[in-house]
Design a protein around this ligand. Structure first.
Ligand SMILES: NC(=O)C1=CN([C@@H]2O[C@H](COP(=O)(O)OP(=O)(O)OC[C@H]3O[C@@H](n4cnc5c(N)ncnc54)[C@H](O)[C@@H]3O)[C@@H](O)[C@H]2O)C=CC1
Ligand SMILES: CC(=O)C(=O)O
Length: 349
């Protein structure tokens, strides 16, 4: 069997099996022209790329999902393994190739390709290795999908988002790093666990670098509409600053612990990125802490990408939320920006 030019299946002698199986309905209305065909490409079919792909499929976020990887056997194996779940999933066309032309016309390109940390390495240690990969990966993605949103996940994510922005020539609102969307979920989980409630009811952000210099915004945490720290202060309920610092330290150490235990992180980043993909593709206008061009916000004067709570929709990042930071948080954010800028300057990027 093979496919006809129209995509229907041809049997022996050129018989169109699709037409043979189905009888046309007279006076059937043509398909609605308003339904938009969505296409998401995931570059890098490793632990992270596949966790993202699987979550996108189960959440029915796209009509077409494309996987790209240079390891062609693994790539085909991953594609077939997902295709074999077709009977249990919403209908999605799944395709794969080592050639980026397969991504043509993508609405969203998610880049996860590259080296990952081994025990003892920080995210910044990966920069040299992943920088050269990005120089090969980004230009063809841009050529084949000039209107796409680039969502960068590979580490160090903030610096590689800056690199992708420079290489793409795109406006900065269409080049976004997954940033601290994941760290903030870890933060919300730890607070919710501490108080025995649902993490979805905890509004809390980690901003700055996705990594060791991230900043916890304690002053703006609210639970069920109650601003936590000012409530405790108004009720004269004491709390230890050290407890807060320990929770933030657990957020930072979280990835290192998972990497030490299982070798890599995958499930949480899979859900985090699928959650972002939904906001872009379905134009959710949701606020996510993601890595954006931060120059000009909170006194940051260097050209760096780092995470700030941002309004996200079909056009990419639509605006940055004017969340209040106290003096200490502002200073920590500036220090985080400085850390990233220094690495970029040392490498001449
Ligand atoms: N931003 C975040 O929150 C997180 C980022 N990461 C990062 O994601 C990246 C991937 O991690 P894993 O999936 O665990 O690694 P992995 O080693 O399982 O997968 C990487 C994949 O990239 C592929 N690849 C290499 N060069 C390529 C190219 N030129 N084009 C296409 N594919 C290529 C490899 O063949 C491999 O399949 C790492 O940089 C890791 O640090 C991981 C977790 C969270
Ligand atoms: C590896 C990594 O960046 C993370 O899980 O946060």
């Amino acid at each position: 069997m093979h496919k006809s030019a129209s995509g229907s299946t041809l049997g022996p002698g050129g018989l169109d099996l699709t037409q043979a199986f189905f009888r046309p309905i007279t006076n059937a209305a043509p398909p609605s022209p308003t339904k938009r065909h969505n296409k998401i490409s995931v570059i890098g079919a490793g632990n992270v790329g596949m966790a993202i792909a699987q979550t996108i499929l189960t959440q029915d976020l796209t009509d077409e999902l494309v996987l790209v990887d240079t390891n062609t056997d693994k790539l085909r194996g991953e594609m077939l393994d997902l295709q074999h779940a077709a009977a249990f999933l919403p209908r999605t066309k799944i395709n794969s190739s080592a050639d980026s032309s397969v991504t043509a016309g993508s609405d969203l390109c998610i880049v996860t390709a590259g080296a990952r940390q081994i025990v003892g390495e920080s995210r910044l240690n990966l920069l040299q290795r992943n920088l050269s990969l990005f120089r090969a990966i980004i230009p063809p993605l841009v050529r084949y999908s000039p209107d796409t949103i680039l969502l960068i996940v590979s580490n160090p994510v903030d610096i590689l988002t800056y690199v992708a922005w420079k290489l793409s020539g795109f406006p900065s609102n269409r080049v976004i790093g997954s940033g601290t969307n994941l760290d903030s979920s870890r933060f919300r989980f730890l607070i919710a666990d501490h108080l025995d409630l649902n993490a979805q009811d905890v509004q809390a952000y980690i901003v700055g670098e996705h990594g060791d210099s991230s900043v916890a915004l304690w002053s703006s945490i609210s639970i069920g509409g109650v601003p936590v720290l000012s409530f405790l202060e108004s009720q004269h309920i004491g709390y230890e600053k050290e407890t807060l610092e320990n929770i933030h330290k657990s957020v930072i150490d979280g990835a290192y612990e998972v990497i030490r235990l299982k070798g890599y992180t995958s499930w949480a980043i899979g859900y985090s990125v699928a959650n972002l993909a939904r906001s872009f593709i379905r134009d959710q206008r949701k606020i996510h802490p993601v890595s954006v061009l931060a120059k000009g916000f909170y006194g940051i004067d260097g050209e760096v990408f780092l995470s700030l709570p941002a309004l996200v929709g079909r056009g990419g990042v639509l605006s940055v939320t004017n969340v209040h930071l106290n003096e200490e948080e502002t200073q920590r954010l500036k220090d985080s920006a400085k850390t990233i800028h220094e690495v970029q300057t040392q490498l001449g990027i």
